[in-house]
Design a protein around this ligand. Structure first.
Ligand code: URA
Length: 253
């Protein structure tokens, strides 16, 4: 049995996991547990030696710990009104204000517009980030698009086949009308669209081109990553080992 198999089957002591995550020494980690500052899957755990498994969510002072010190992969549910860059000259909130992991320098993988919400991956794994953004790998991204009026079938077909934008024809997309749904505070007609290109403001421009300006836009999938229904806007979680493996497999790593 490999070490990883053993951890998967038998779990690891919570204080050891905290120490490996760079939170504190083993002894100091024990003190944090006793003080009730550590939660496992939402519940305070004060019992030393509690076994935890790789899929367990561990929080210290309500912030997820980083169980993989070497590389860090974070899935953020970006709220609208937050900028996807490291710093903003106008002083607006950035995604890095929301994901502040001490000692880890993260970068967003691709961009979501200021008003777009949903799944944003942040990592310090430069090679993976580079490949995920490279058009060669055709990573699929799925969005929920909120529009004011019910779309006609012709427009949906045009979106699926490709629309002419100022930077050229878009590649074929998967398009599905989902009916009326609540998006944020508004009830809107919602279209689900999956594209694999990553042009600037692509989805908004595609919908503009067919006469349905986007009122709300949310990304719900990036390759094998799916936005959890339970992850609230502004919150984040670390990817599981399975998700990291699946992401890497999609880009030949
Ligand atoms: N397409 C857009 O128009 N905006 C985004 O934020 C993402 C995709």
């Amino acid at each position: 049995m490999t070490d990883r198999d053993k951890v998967n089957q038998e779990g690891e002591r919570l204080q050891k996991v905290l120490a490996h995550a760079g939170v504190a020494s083993r002894r100091a980690a024990e003190a944090l547990i006793k003080a009730g500052r550590v939660k496992v899957n939402g519940k305070v755990v004060q019992q030393l030696g509690t076994k935890v498994f790789p899929h367990d969510q561990i929080l210290l002072d309500d912030k997820p710990i980083n169980r993989d010190q070497k590389s860090c992969y974070v899935l953020l549910n970006k709220p609208p009104g937050v900028i996807t860059s490291a710093r903003d000259p106008q002083g607006r909130t950035t995604v890095l204000d929301l994901v502040d992991i001490p000692g880890v320098r993260l970068y967003p993988v691709g961009r979501l517009d200021y008003d777009t919400s949903g799944l944003l991956l942040l990592t310090n794994d430069g090679e993976l980030a580079y490949r995920l953004m490279h058009p060669r790998f055709e990573i699929e991204k799925t969005y929920l698009v909120g529009i004011r009026n019910a779309p006609n079938p012709d427009s949906l077909q045009r979106l699926a086949q490709g629309v002419e934008l100022e930077d050229g024809l878009t590649a074929p997309a998967k398009v599905r009308y989902c009916g009326m749904k609540q998006m944020g505070k508004q009830s809107l007609h919602v279209v689900e669209i999956t594209i694999h290109e990553g042009r600037n403001r692509q989805v908004r421009r595609m919908f503009d081109a067919v006469g349905y300006p986007v009122v709300a836009l949310k990304r719900i999938r990036l390759g094998p990553l799916v936005l959890d229904k339970t992850l609230r806007e502004g919150n984040y979680r670390h990817l599981t080992q399975e998700e990291i493996k699946a992401l890497k497999a999609q880009v030949g790593l």
